[in-house]
Design a protein around this ligand. Structure first.
Ligand SMILES: [Zn+2]
Length: 453
């Protein structure tokens, strides 16, 4: 009798007894004693889901007991590494490696790089990164965790890889319900139509890596050999933004500056510039982020012009995202800029579904670090502009900077409440000069920190 915790390992061994000139075949069967402390990987499944209209790969890993997992992302080739504590390969008869044909997954393998670690590697043909990981309720004794992955470009991959490298292992399916599991309760409904019901445990080992019979995921388009920079002209349409002493509207200044910056970035030959708007139109803050992510942008630059009660306040400020503001003025400015969304009426989807996601929170922190490097590059470039870098790098909770996997900065190009700044910002020559400095900073940042082109 075999206990449940044991597996039957049978080896067929052909022994040649040359002395007797005859072949003796012997089948050796032994009960492979499984370490009771060791967990087992019992099934793998791949499927497709649609998240915000974009295709994503869903990986479901089934284990006998709840798994503790550390993920890593590596490149050349792109791969997701899933290290599981004390997990052995127990998928009946399925080899420990094989090909996969569900883009971006192309192959898998399982190994033991060190005692106590079971490593599942998924090879990929594009820089897909996990954006959500959660446990499903146990099913017939099997514990399952799910990893959803999508290709959001190489910068998003880099951000995720850096964040995962420094992350602690995730305990799936423990007694505690994580925020991710709660969040997914609602989200599952959203994707339910896009995925097939759970596939019953297959009888044939080769089907253990089942693919769901939904339409094939289109291969991501090949990237042009240029970085993608998203330039967000602040405000627009029914939201004029700040109004200058001479009547200048912030929305007009930001549009002129954005168009000039795009022209110069394109002129570098190394960058494809994408504008949030090319005319006078209203966009919600989240729409701006969505547009940038749809382009797999490597950088997000939001352009604004400030105003203050004090007429003497002037100069350029560079802002990045933070939970806590660097100073009360920055906090007040973020509150003011975030109000742009209220002008467009109530946003029914105002609760950010990504806010509860542990993985994205982790990526967001890494994005904030990288944004700080970018802000420093800008400050170096604007040193001898009017007001220079005196106002420095500051931070606050700007909603428009909340893309979790894309370094983002907001530049307040000057004060419309200051007569000189307002006149400068209206001047073509000044717009060209400022755009030139920002172009220099963007190129310098991307050359040092951006993905290779
Ligand atoms: Zn503004």
């Amino acid at each position: 009798m075999l206990d449940k915790g044991q597996t039957l390992t049978c080896l067929t061994s052909f022994l040649s007894a040359s002395l007797l000139g005859m072949l003796v075949a012997a089948q050796l069967c032994m009960a492979g004693a499984v370490n009771p402390a060791e967990n087992g990987l019992t099934a793998l499944r791949l499927g497709s889901v649609s998240v915000d209209g974009r295709p994503a790969l869903r990986l479901v890993v089934e284990t006998r007991t709840p798994a503790t997992v550390k993920m890593l992302l590596l490149s050349a080739p792109y791969r997701l590494v899933i290290d599981m504590r004390d997990v052995a390969w127990q998928v009946e008869s399925l080899p420990k490696k094989g090909r996969l044909d569900r883009s971006p997954a192309t192959a898998f393998r399982f190994g033991k790089p060190e005692p106590g670690i079971g490593r599942l590697v998924i090879e990929m043909d594009s820089p897909a990164a996990p954006f959500r990981a959660f446990a499903l309720p146990p099913n017939k004794g099997g514990h399952r965790f799910v990893i959803d992955m999508a290709d959001n470009g190489r910068t998003a991959f880099q951000v995720a890889a850096a964040a995962l490298r420094d992350s602690k292992p995730i305990q799936f399916g423990g007694a505690e319900v994580t925020n991710d599991q709660r969040a997914v309760g609602a989200e599952t409904k959203m994707v339910a139509s896009a995925i097939t019901p759970p596939i019953p445990k297959p009888k044939q080992a080769k089907q253990a890596l089942a693919v769901t019979p939904v339409a094939a995921v289109p291969k991501p388009q090949k990237r042009p050999n240029r970085w993608v920079v998203f330039i967000d002209a602040g405000h627009g349409g029914k939201d004029p933004g700040a109004i200058g002493r001479a009547g200048t509207k912030e929305k007009d200044i930001t549009l002129a500056a954005a168009i000039e910056l795009a022209r110069q970035l394109e002129g570098s030959g190394q960058i494809r510039a994408v504008l949030s708007r090319k005319d006078d139109r209203y966009l919600k803050l989240r729409q701006r982020i969505k547009l940038a992510r749809a382009q797999n942008a490597d950088l997000f630059v939001s352009l604004h012009a400030d105003s203050a009660v004090s007429k003497s306040a002037r100069g350029i400020s560079v802002f990045t995202l933070s939970d806590t503001a660097s100073d009360e003025e920055a906090a007040a400015l973020a509150r003011k800029e975030n109000k742009a969304d209220l002008i467009g009426g109530p946003d029914l989807g105002v609760e950010d579904p990504e806010a509860a996601n542990e993985l994205l929170r982790m990526f967001q922190r890494e994005s904030m670090n990288q944004s700080t490097h970018f802000a420093r590059k800008i400050l170096q470039e604007i040193k001898n502009m009017p007001g220079g870098d005196e106002r420095g790098h500051r931070f606050a909770g700007f909603a428009v900077l909340k893309a979790p996997d894309m370094p983002s900065v907001l530049v307040e190009m000057g004060f419309l409440s200051n007569r000189e700044d307002e006149a400068n910002l209206n001047r073509k020559s000044y717009q060209r000069k400022l755009a030139g400095r920002l172009t220099g900073a963007i190129l310098r940042y991307l050359e040092e920190f951006g993905p290779e082109i």
